[in-house]
Design a protein around this ligand. Sequence first.
Ligand code: EPU
Length: 417
Amino acid sequence: MNKLIVKGKNKLYGKVEVKSAKNALLPLIASCVLLDFEVGFLNVPRLKDVDVLLEIIKSMGGKYRYDDDVLYVDCSTLYNPEIPCEEARKIRASIFLLGSLISRFHKVSTVRPGGCNFGERPIDMHLDTLKKLGVEVSNGEYLYLRTDKLKGSKIFLPFSSVGVTENLIMASCLAEGETIILNSAKEPEVVCLANFLNRLGARIYGAGTSQIRVEGVKKLQPKIKYFKPITDRIEVGTFMLCSLVTGGEIEIDGADFIHNTELIKKIHNNTCKIMLSSDKIYIKSSGAGSGLGFIKTAPYPAFPTDLQSQILAYSCFLRGTTVIEEGVFKTRFKVVDELKKMNADIERVGSRVLVNGKTELYGAEVTAPDLRGGASLIIAGLGADGVTTVSGLDVIKRGYDRIDEKLRILGGSVNEG
Ligand code: EPU
């Protein structure tokens, strides 16, 4: 039963609603370790990665509960800064706890995190930058971190890493003095984390730019009870592309189009009509367009790596060529072999792929190699001739809440099997 059966060529039509972003929620939840009061997050999807992080918090003495789509997290009772090994190995986001746990307990023990299976995911930058704040790290199979006191510092990131920027924000907001993060990540999820902590009394300036300044404060205060995270720009982009391969017409409610500017620029005027309002995107296919030219993924505001596999599937349906270069995770192309089983014409050379579009795609038995690769196969299946069986639904559920149900409401034939 860990499969999705996708019958192709049903036009998607209607409205779909998107929830809070997985990659915003995970650091927000990790940051609750800094608080000795409960906070409620609004519009929360049910995602496996979020569940694993919440279970880690629970095993360390924290509490959480859901009331419909409000998630309450209360870390006032958290007492144990040991991230359990089994859980840590399940998700990359366990690494986000380093910053908040070291701040609160001055010590942390864990193992290297797990996460999506698309190549090497080092943690050297996390550890090196925490050292700059006064953390000692013993780095073997197990990781032990300790500090007498966290002290602000000026830190340059060799790559604008999202997770490292978020970890440093969490580690520094209660540290002594000022921390400056140079070449910080500008992703909307980083801004969301800074906004949340600032609402509780933190002093984080410049989030969304390449230089973040954090003035340490003594304590965060329960100034708000609820916080609404940004909606999931990757879920939005995935639905846009799902709709286009079927020649459909859909409205995505809750979407903030600013966060999907690069995707919109790429597909607009080529194959579709798009109308934007403050919290909706309307997208209507105008028939198969031509190849998308060159796309390079890179940190925000460039084209996101988390939509690379999905646009790769979409470009298989366009006349002409599309070249995609992966600039964040050089080997994030495991889905190529699966798409080839559906007759896709894709050549891979190092960190680039060349797609010769408009070969007819046929349904096949394929496996989600990773979360976004799974979404890519759903897109391919929706536009293909016949039935596609996508194994590895549990991988897709890490980051998509009821994607099959939402696609069915839009008229797609996508069922668990
Ligand atoms: N990197 C290092 N050393 C480190 C940390 C990162 O070399 O210590 C490298 C990575 O290998 C990569 C680059 O830096 O080449 C950027 O990785 P980043 O640290 O920005 O990624 P992340 O924080 O681990 C988050 C998202 C990913 C998303 C990336 C890039 C979360 C939970 N995860 O990961 O989301 O792809 O940023 O935008 O926020 C997904 O949702 O499918 C997903 C994988």
